[in-house]
Design a protein around this ligand. Sequence first.
Ligand SMILES: C[S@@+](CC[C@H](N)C(=O)[O-])C[C@H]1O[C@@H](n2cnc3c(N)ncnc32)[C@H](O)[C@@H]1O
Length: 232
Amino acid sequence: MKTAHSEAAGARQRWRSVRESYDTIAAEYARRIYPELEDKPFDRDCLDCFAERVRAIGPVCDLGCGPGHVARYLRDRGVDVFGLDISAAMVREASRLNPDIQFVEGNMESLNMKSETLGGIVSFYSIIHLDREALFKPMAEMWRVLRPNGFALVAFHEGSGSIHSAELWGHTVNLDATFFTSLEIIGNLERAGFQIDTAAERDPYPEVEYQSRRGYILATKRPPSSTRSTDK
Ligand SMILES: C[S@@+](CC[C@H](N)C(=O)[O-])C[C@H]1O[C@@H](n2cnc3c(N)ncnc32)[C@H](O)[C@@H]1O
C-alpha cells in the first residue's frame, strides 16, 4: 500500500529524472523542436484561438515551456506571456532563443505563484511525464493560479498506457511518458473546477513529429457562483 511518504518520495524521484533528462537533451531539443510550429497548422490554429481569448486578460504562463517556441508564438500575437520549466537547461535555452520573454524554473505540481494571478495557461505536452495518479495536482494548481474566467489550453499524447525511454537522440535519459485519453484529461480538469470549452483530437503529422494521436482541451475557470443554478 502506498503511504503519503512513499508517494512524496516517488514524486521527488520522478521530478529528478525529468529535470536531469531534459537538462541533458535541452540543446538538442531546442535545435529539433523549436521550429516545429511551422509544420503544425492545427496547433497554430489552437494557439490562435487561445491568443484571441487571453490577449486582453494576460498574463499567460507557458507551463513546461521547453525551448519556448509556444511562448514565442503567443508573444508574436500580442500576448503577455512568460515561460516556466522544471529543467534549468531548458530555461536557459528558452531565454537564449527569446531574450525578450521571461523564463523561470518551477514545478507545475507546486507553482510558486499567488492564487488568481494569471489570465491563461498553455501546457503543450508538458503533462506527459506525469503518472496517471499525479495528473490532478497540476490541474488543481492551474485552477488556483488562474483568475476567474481565465483559460487553460492543454495538449497531450492521446491514448492509453505509457512508454519508457532510456535513450533519446544519442543521449542517456530516464523518461516515462504517459498517454492520456481526452476523457481522463477532461475528468481531471472538471474535478479541479474547470468548465470544458472545446476538446479536439488529430492524427499525427507524418514525418513531422512522434507518431501518436494528439489531444487539445481548452477550459475556463468559472467562478463557483457562475455555475450555480439561479432557479429558486
Ligand atoms: C515534451 S517537453 C514539451 C516542451 C514544450 N512545451 C513543447 O511543446 O515542445 C516537456 C517539458 O515539460 C517540462 N516539465 C516536465 N515536468 C514538469 C513539471 N513538473 N514542472 C514544470 N515543467 C515540467 C520538461 O522539462 C520539458 O521541458
